[in-house]
Design a binder for this molecule. Structure first.
Ligand code: NAD
Ligand code: ZN
Length: 360
């Protein structure tokens, strides 16, 4: 039937280039609704008091809100921000600008949706539950890998589940890619978030949902990841290329799906609060039987960069903890079907999945 193919929104405007951040003021000027409708900047608190803060083009009653990325975004946090913004201003903002990693980008997307849709953030976790457009929102990544800058989702931890708000109104209206903003990223974090992109490629390219659209982006992203993590680029080139790898990796999964590492990482995140990037890596090292080439490459990358991952994360968990993680993970049906095909339940039983978790 003609409705079988998904009609996908994409980010309509994007700027790329070193120091392109200095163009932000000009870009926003054209989008300001009135003097009373502020731009709200949600900024990773790593940048508090840092040089970047002084470069944010504040005017009139614009507001800068620093937010910690120590924990992944929560639905309540989104609701609190929306309430605060509605209380403080008579008009809806001209726009929301998220500056930071996946955490801040996802918060900016969610706040822009909830400012224009009734109820609470948790009501919209799922697929296509948002019916009114979000307000204008801009994404400015300061670390590369998640693909949150291009994706159609914003992943939130809610009272009952960790799930995205997947909707046509979620993608940014504008993205600004300035690789210079990633200069200060610490090495381990660079690796873990970068590996999120690498794993997106492996899971997409080895999935049963693969198609020429996803493959074209996935292959390019994988090639860029190999250059960045195994080649000998200059630091500047490496930052440029990882930023574009993240973009292509995100585009690749848009029209397919992620796979086993993501399904398992969600379980770790839900039960133990382990963050997405490192969670994926903790899992991925044990997935050699499913992604042999990917895991071999991954281990070479870890070795080249001297990355030591924590061990024994699941060593002292109770059976009820494993049940929770296994339940959350197996609930991600599309991810398993993409990875293992229609009969995935026969291949990945709860017992087998628990055994993999035990090794982490
Ligand atoms: P993050 O936003 O959680 O940040 C990780 C750490 O890096 C934080 O300590 C942060 O302060 C720091 N940091 C960021 N930029 C920095 C810089 N320039 N200099 C120094 N430190 C910097 O990291 P992330 O891995 O980008 O994002 C993870 C989040 O993204 C998770 O919440 C995950 O659910 C989400 N995610 C979303 C999507 C999506 O499509 N929406 C996809 C994948 C992941
Ligand atoms: Zn991911």
């Amino acid at each position: 039937k003609s409705t079988a193919y998904r009609n996908f929104p994409m980010v309509p405007r994007v700027v790329f280039g070193r120091n392109s951040f200095s163009q932000l003021g000009e870009i926003l000027l054209a989008k300001r609704k009135s003097m009373d409708a502020p731009f709200i900047f949600l900024v990773d608190d790593f940048f508090e008091g840092n040089g970047l803060t002084h470069r944010i083009p504040l005017m009139f009653n614009d507001e800068l809100i620093f937010i910690s990325a120590d924990e992944e975004p929560k639905t309540e946090q989104v609701d609190a921000l929306v309430q605060r913004i509605k209380q403080n201003y008579e008009e809806l903002p001209s726009g929301i600008i998220g500056i930071g990693g996946g955490t801040l980008l996802d918060l900016a997307k969610a706040v822009s949706i909830l400012l224009n849709n009734k109820g609470q953030a948790k009501d919209y976790q799922g697929w296509d539950l948002v019916h009114k457009p979000s307000i204008y929102h801009v994404g400015i990544p300061t670390i590369s890998g998640t693909g949150a800058e291009v994706s159609r989702t914003t992943v939130l931890l809610g009272p009952e589940k960790k799930l995205g708000i997947n909707s046509d109104f979620t993608p940014f209206d504008q993205v600004l890619l300035d690789p210079d903003l990633t200069v200060t990223v610490p090495k381990e974090q660079w690796f873990y978030t970068g590996m999120d992109c690498f794993i997106h490629c492996i899971e997409s390219l080895n999935g049963t949902y693969l198609n020429a659209f996803s493959q074209s982006y996935g292959e390019k992203a994988l090639e860029l990841c190999e250059e960045v993590f195994l080649g000998d680029l200059s630091e500047e080139e490496s930052r440029d290329k990882l930023m574009m790898a993240s973009w292509h990796g995100g585009m690749s999964i848009a029209y397919s799906q992620v796979g086993i590492a993501h399904a398992m990482s969600y379980g770790l995140g839900y039960l133990l609060g382990i963050k997405h990037g490192i969670g994926n890596c903790l899992v991925f090292q044990h997935l050699g039987e499913f992604y042999p080439e990917g895991v071999t490459l991954f281990k070479r990358m870890m070795e080249k960069h001297g990355i030591q991952m924590p061990k024994g994360i699941c060593a002292n968990l109770a059976q009820s903890d494993f049940d929770t993680m296994v339940g959350v993970s197996l609930g991600m049906e599309a991810l398993w079907e993409n990875a293992l095909g229609k009969d995935w339940r026969k291949i990945m039983t709860p017992e087998r999945l628990q055994e993999i978790y035990r090794r982490i």
